[in-house]
Design a protein around this ligand. Sequence first.
Ligand SMILES: Cc1cc2nc3c(=O)[nH]c(=O)nc-3n(C[C@H](O)[C@H](O)[C@H](O)COP(=O)(O)OP(=O)(O)OC[C@H]3O[C@@H](n4cnc5c(N)ncnc54)[C@H](O)[C@@H]3O)c2cc1C
Length: 438
Amino acid sequence: MIDHSARTPSAPWTNWAGNITFGARQLHTPASVAELQAVVAAGTAVRALGTGHSFSTVADTHGDLISVAGLPRSVKIDPKARTATVSAGLRFGELTGTLHRTGLALHNLGSLPHISLAGACATGTHGSGIGNRSLAGAVRALELVTADGTSVTLERGDTDFPGAVVSLGALGVVTRLTLDLVPAFEVQQWVYEGLPQEQLLGSFDDVMSEAYSVSLFTAWRGGPIDQVWLKQRVGDEGPRSAPSRWLGATLADRPRHPVPGMPAGHTTQQQGVPGPWHARLPHFRLEFTPSNGDELQSEYFVARRDAVAAYEALDRIRERIAPLLQIGEIRTVAADDLWLSPAQGMDAVAFHFTWGPDSAAVTPVLGAIEEALAPFGARPHWGKVFTTAPGTLRDLYRHYADFERLTTRLDPTGTFRNDFLEQHFPRTGNGLGTAPTG
Ligand SMILES: Cc1cc2nc3c(=O)[nH]c(=O)nc-3n(C[C@H](O)[C@H](O)[C@H](O)COP(=O)(O)OP(=O)(O)OC[C@H]3O[C@@H](n4cnc5c(N)ncnc54)[C@H](O)[C@@H]3O)c2cc1C
């Protein structure tokens, strides 16, 4: 019999932004893996929930939500192998300080340290940097509880592994992750304002290669790029100074928030003050909520070689984008081999949009963006809002059918199915367990 004592009693639950009210009947927060296994095995419709930061319905269910945040917290660091085996429900901000104190680091972080490791990996969450893969790219092994309640370990090199990291929660509940680490490093962050468009478009790769992680912020109002955030690794030669002018842009004279009018005190330290990687790579500090959640987000990935043409296509419809936008961000993500990663098989550029919270107004503009980016095979961020047709998604992902087969094999009874999967990965009775392509 399942012990429901740990479940949170107050439905309905919403995601962070409040644009999704989960259809779940219950939210379980099991205190042990055994309890989690029992909940999953007994459930007919079950879905793992991370910290609820996705804007899409990817985490929703009409059955039971399960959070792994209540499982015993463990961080086991192997300094020799440079790995950490950690509880999957930890938020990045709860792990990074511990890693840093042992002289180790993650290769990159997203804009927010508040999200869970498992939730971030499941949707292909990423930061920026020409040479930096998505956060899921650091996963070396994972343990997950599958539909029948058994715990399975998959490691890099296993046939199913590339399908199981960016999993959309479709294969089971991840309880533990082993992550690749790198030696700890320091970062200096600078903000430049007013980068002329012709400088960006004339040398996109050079601009995006200027630092370890580069983010462009634009409100798509035409003219110069509003802000360029450069996150530069401190090398052996020590901290550097930054020129007051760079490619026609001007060094900001005080800290900036990417969204005009928002308090810069919520952002990670700028103006070149050196600091540990985890205090500079996210845009926002752990101790502050970046905004009140009054927003929607969308993001589309295209091959980096198409960055300029894709930028120009978006610029042509900027009158539709700008009025609804809080801010847009452009980042780069290095290629990986994870089947459903938006950067699978291609060095990517990601065009991100933070909208006001008006779904009805935003939805048709998403259609216009998707049409503008269609020639470049734009892949939407799984955790953000999009309207890309399921048939299109099939063509965008080389391993789409492999993923379908994997979910059918690991979850034959559809325990982890939800409306999001029904829509984007409709079950068509394809064969079980066929070997992946390529
Ligand atoms: C303010 C803000 C800033 C953001 N910044 C970025 C950014 O910089 N870069 C970026 O790429 N994205 C960004 N995002 C999007 C966000 O990173 C993703 O939506 C991410 O998936 C959220 O993680 P979560 O823990 O909240 O997962 P949830 O939203 O709770 O869940 C997402 C998916 O993960 C699955 N999942 C969660 N836990 C588990 C588990 N234990 N086992 C199996 N599956 C699981 C769920 O079933 C679901 O399918 C941002 C979102 C917000 C709100």
